[in-house]
Design a protein around this ligand. Sequence first.
Ligand SMILES: [Zn+2]
Length: 230
Amino acid sequence: MATVDATKRGVSAWHGALSRYPSTLATIGSFCERSWLACDCLLCAAASAEALCTHCLADLPLAGPGEHLQDGTSAQSLWRYETPADAVVIAFKYGGAGALATLWARQMAPLAHSHDVVIAMPMHLSRLRQRGENPVERLATALQRTQRPTLRRVTATRTRQTAQQQGLDRQSRLANVSGAFRIDASLQGQRVLLVDDVLTTGASLMALAEAARSAGASAVAAVTLARALT
Ligand SMILES: [Zn+2]
């Protein structure tokens, strides 16, 4: 039941965020009807070859310089998790990954140049079955395509179902995800880039970074769509 409730919360958040934009819910419906092929701009509904028109894309609030997580992992986000970037990220998480992954990957591409391997933040299998796909996996695949053949995709697994991080304090988040990831491939001497949707405390990214270092990574950095202030 917990996962069903989590999904309801997610969909509710998505509708709440998108309701601030008069045209967006109709646009989402249009996306769905057209199987996320050609689309109008998600935010302003202007005719656009991609999910966001160039004006709305340029108006998203830039996150600015990167930071270091508590474990020293460098982390860079594209945007601040605030209006209107929050609505776009939520749309990505709840059904819009097909339309948005390639666009986001292009924005992230300059950050991926100096890496050998890209790893997406994994979902546990039970959540993956419920959701149908992990949008972050799709983003990592699109990012790899912008850099091929120099960037390699490696898959991590979430070895246990963890509680939703939302609502937990920093220490609880760290404890919740510690040791929750496994990487079977050798990353010996590899420079690894982790990909996730939203950076909050960084607890999940640090746990995944730990798994990457255990697999031999010589350097680990992270990139996310948005940075939420905590
Ligand atoms: Zn627009």
